[in-house]
Write a protein that binds this ligand. Structure first.
Ligand SMILES: [Zn+2]
Length: 109
């Protein structure tokens, strides 16, 4: 019987303490989430959103010289021989190379 009373008291104290702390826990969780967002650079992204030449990942977008499609810099193919032109695929790179070769030939003639 005594044990039941002690358990009830402990449970009630626990409930009261939890109820009192609850708003602080929510604040602490929000602060932690903000800290994590700042560390990963997500906070900056969330504030500015998608703007200009920045993609959803915050990565710089590059335009394909051949077909004109926009793609993330990491996925772009760079042709250093032609002054750093970027392409979306090897097809576009080849097309552009063929085109520039034709232009060179016509310029010689
Ligand atoms: Zn392309």
């Amino acid at each position: 019987m005594k044990l039941a009373i002690i358990l009830t008291v402990i449970f009630m104290i626990g409930a009261i303490v939890y109820w009192r702390i609850r708003p602080y826990l929510a604040i602490a969780r929000r602060v932690m989430a903000t800290m994590r967002a700042i560390q990963s650079g997500g906070e900056r992204r969330g504030a500015t959103g998608v703007s200009g030449a920045k993609g959803a990942t915050g990565e710089k977008l590059i335009r394909c010289e051949s077909c004109g499609v926009w793609l993330p810099a990491s996925r772009a193919l760079e042709d250093r021989s032609s002054g750093g032109s970027s392409y979306c695929s090897t097809d576009c790179l080849e097309k552009s190379l063929v085109r520039s070769q034709r232009q060179r030939r016509s310029a010689v003639r």
